[in-house]
Design a protein around this ligand. Structure first.
Ligand SMILES: Cc1cc2nc3c(=O)[nH]c(=O)nc-3n(C[C@H](O)[C@H](O)[C@H](O)COP(=O)(O)OP(=O)(O)OC[C@H]3O[C@@H](n4cnc5c(N)ncnc54)[C@H](O)[C@@H]3O)c2cc1C
Length: 389
């Protein structure tokens, strides 16, 4: 069976490796060039994501990608008062893994390297433009005119999936969440943090973790108007950083100091999510990762879900002779979990958007929200892909 995977990000590369492990072969077509640095800042892989990598024999990938472990979250309000925590010190005993902070481009590069070493063929600079599904297979046409005929096509091409748009032109489009994310890492001598530090600042939410002389930071900039596509791609960095510093002016230490030390942010990403699609597959085309169910970064789960999808779909394709039956199985096993996490990510994101009255209520209610969050977190973290295949 010839399997074409469109998109060589986290879901696409993990799927190529999972198929290889399942005795199947997928080839990857990726729109970006073959460069090490593919942009983005850093992300947290949750314990379930680390376990999903292990299930694929990729347990060494987080370390190979330079990741470091964290155990839980501390929350403070704009006056610096500690208002809650999500302890993670027992994650290792409970879930067999801790969360890991990784630079996005290193994670992707580590997955691509492993896939290529396993013999997976990648074509870079390959932007899908047309998809024709017929009774005998699927024809994919790329921007440079290249044509690939495959038995099945997997759309692993992210939140703005072309595979989704071409296959289901009327499918809902991603919804803007009212937040622009930005962040990066900067050299600064802060003691290493065992937990990720979260601050509900006066005007915006800020998070950071210090490790080995670097501070990894992000801020969620409330931005009511949806930016036009590409509008934030070419920001004047000096102005943007000045705006961010002003946004966090007066917030508790060390937030202003981190921003003073940071020369630039690595980007500004309007945050979207994709709640629920009528269909994730046809007879020969199936979506995985953000293409099927994009969760906002506030969920801390998008990358982990992408790896889980890859492991589960590869198992379904291995075990079922008919792709459409495998796709059905896959969706049955994955949809409820993924969509619940998308909804949760939206709720958490909404709580980060500040207002004076809302802040008071949030400070009062946070311990209750965190208790609910801890319960949901346990279900998310305890998920094992091995039990799904
Ligand atoms: C600012 C930000 C912070 C985040 N932080 C976290 C976090 O802390 N923890 C977490 O778990 N998740 C986080 N996420 C979410 C996470 O990044 C995604 O869930 C994850 O990357 C999904 O992987 P994917 O492979 O499905 O999509 P992507 O990683 O988006 O990969 C899609 C790939 O498809 C390629 N592609 C697109 N169109 C085409 C085309 N037409 N033809 C060929 N190739 C194409 C793209 O170039 C890309 O390489 C964050 C997201 C953002 C935006």
């Amino acid at each position: 069976m010839k399997i074409l995977i469109v998109g060589g990000g986290i879901a696409g590369s993990a799927l190529a490796l999972a198929l290889h492990r399942a005795g199947l072969t997928g080839e990857v077509a990726e729109a970006r060039p073959d460069t090490g640095d593919t942009g983005g800042a850093f992300l947290t892989l949750a314990p379930n994501g680390v376990n999903a990598l292990r299930a694929l024999g990729l347990g060494d990938v987080p370390a190979a990608a330079g990741g470091f472990e964290l155990s839980g979250l501390d929350f403070r309000n704009a006056r610096g008062r500690r208002i809650g925590e999500l302890p993670g010190e027992h994650d290792q005993q409970r879930y067999g893994a801790r969360g890991v902070v990784l630079r996005r481009s290193r994670l992707r590069a580590a997955l691509v390297d492993r896939a290529r070493a396993a013999g997976v063929a990648y074509t870079f600079d390959a932007r899908l433009e047309r998809l024709d599904e017929h009774t005998g297979g699927v024809r994919a046409v790329f921007a440079d005119g290249r044509v690939v005929d495959a038995d099945i096509v997997i759309g692993a091409d992210g939140v703005w999936s072309t595979v989704r748009r071409l296959t289901w032109p009327d499918a809902p489009t991603p919804a803007y969440t009212g937040i622009v994310d930005c962040g990066g890492w900067t050299a600064m001598s802060l003691p290493d943090t065992a937990r990720q530090q979260m601050v509900f600042g006066r005007r915006a939410f800020f998070g950071y973790a210090a490790h080995d002389g670097l501070v990894y930071w992000f801020t969620n900039v409330p931005h009511r108007r949806e930016p036009r596509r590409g509008e934030l791609d070419r920001l004047d960095q000096a102005r943007w950083m000045a705006d961010i510093r002003a946004l966090h002016d007066g917030d508790p230490a060390p937030v202003p100091a981190i921003l003073a030390a940071a020369e630039s942010s690595l980007g500004a990403w309007p945050v979207y999510d994709l709640r629920s699609l009528d269909a994730w597959h046809t007879s020969r085309v199936c979506l995985v990762g953000d293409a099927a169910h994009a969760a906002s970064p506030s969920s801390g789960q998008g990358a982990s879900l992408a790896v889980e999808d890859a492991a589960v779909l590869a198992g379904c394709l291995r075990d079922r002779a008919e792709p459409v039956v495998a796709f059905d199985d896959f969706v049955t096993r994955r949809r409820d979990r993924a969509e619940a996490i998308v909804r949760m990510g939206r709720r958490i994101g909404d709580r980060k958007i500040t207002s004076a009255a809302g802040n008071l209520f949030r400070d009062l209610m946070l311990p209750t929200f965190l208790k609910m969050g801890a319960k949901a977190g346990q279900e998310q973290y305890a998920y094992r892909v091995d039990a799904q295949r």
